[in-house]
Design a protein around this ligand. Structure first.
Ligand SMILES: NC(=O)c1ccc[n+]([C@@H]2O[C@H](COP(=O)([O-])OP(=O)(O)OC[C@H]3O[C@@H](n4cnc5c(N)ncnc54)[C@H](OP(=O)(O)O)[C@@H]3O)[C@@H](O)[C@H]2O)c1
Length: 252
């Protein structure tokens, strides 16, 4: 028996990057997974990869910022899995850098829809089945950007700070129902999201010079921590923020 045999997991933003790595990791540990994202081709490839290791995968092509369609896709995912024991709210990101004074409000709202509203929608759809079962584990992808000031990325930092607070509130609301809610806070991880920082050697050097471990984190390292947070190995842990950043957040 693997760690997650018999468990059913939903992973948003699973077509690439951290979400894909988490979906693969959970499947490798025996979970049946439903994966959601906009890129159907990449989801189909992931599904093939999961089936190749003997797993079961359900795909739903959806945009998490289109709330009604997203909620519908989650409903289908829950129904195809026959319930949900694990929810990974991973879809998120940031598409621009701008001081607050010049940020278009539509850009602010889009960032909130992608990173915060999507977590609320997913929890509202998936929590009822977990409450019925009196069991579940939710992991929200926040960021160390949500822990302190993020100049030129205030929209993203504020969104991830909201995810941290939401995680803590949900954890308290669900603790007596045996549903645990925790957040993962990565630092700089090598994915498409941070690709623009590797285009110029000098930019990459500037980023890594501030990371005590002097390297990018990998999606696999984040997936390993996600596995810990949804497994019984963290069974007395809820409302917590697990930071994985090569030491960046404890720099003086
Ligand atoms: N990489 C880092 O350094 C880092 C650091 C801290 C926190 N994080 C957080 O970790 C999470 C994953 O980041 P990542 O680095 O893996 O990013 P990524 O490589 O850009 O992947 C993002 C994933 O989210 C999906 N996604 C984006 N917008 C979506 C939308 N509107 N609807 C549905 N799916 C959407 C993408 O799929 P489609 O394009 O197919 O929709 C993709 O699967 C995010 O929440 C991010 O904020 C990342």
């Amino acid at each position: 028996m693997s760690t997650l045999t018999g468990r059913r997991a939903i992973v948003t933003g699973a077509s690439r990057g951290i979400g894909r790595a988490i979906a693969m990791r959970l499947a490798a540990e025996g979970a049946e997974v439903a994966v959601l994202a906009r890129n159907g081709e990449q989801l189909a490839e992931l599904s093939d990869d999961i089936q190749a290791i003997g797993g079961r995968c359900v795909t739903q092509t959806t945009d998490v910022t289109e709330s009604d369609a997203f909620r519908g896709a989650l409903d289908v995912a829950v129904s195809e899995l026959g319930g949900a024991d694990i929810l990974i709210n991973n879809a998120g990101g940031n598409s621009f850098s701008m001081p607050v004074v010049a940020t278009r409000f539509s850009g602010w709202q889009k960032t909130m829809q992608l990173n915060v509203d999507s977590v609320v929608h997913a929890c509202q759809v998936v929590l009822p089945t977990m409450l019925q079962d009196q069991s579940g584990a939710i992991v929200n992808l926040a960021s160390i950007a949500g822990l302190r000031g993020s100049p030129l990325m205030a929209h993203y930092g504020a969104a991830k700070a909201a995810v941290v607070s939401l995680t803590q509130s949900l954890a308290l609301e669900c603790a007596s129902n045996n549903i645990r809610v925790n957040a993962l806070l990565p630092g700089w991880v090598e994915t498409d999201l941070t690709g623009f920082l590797r285009e110029e050697e000098s930019t990459e050097e500037a980023v890594l010079s501030r990371v005590p471990m002097r390297r990018w984190g990998t999606a696999k390292e984040i997936a390993d921590s996600a596995l810990f947070l949804v497994s019984d190995q963290s069974s007395f842990m809820t409302g917590q923020t697990l930071i994985i950043d090569g030491g960046l957040s404890v720099m003086p």
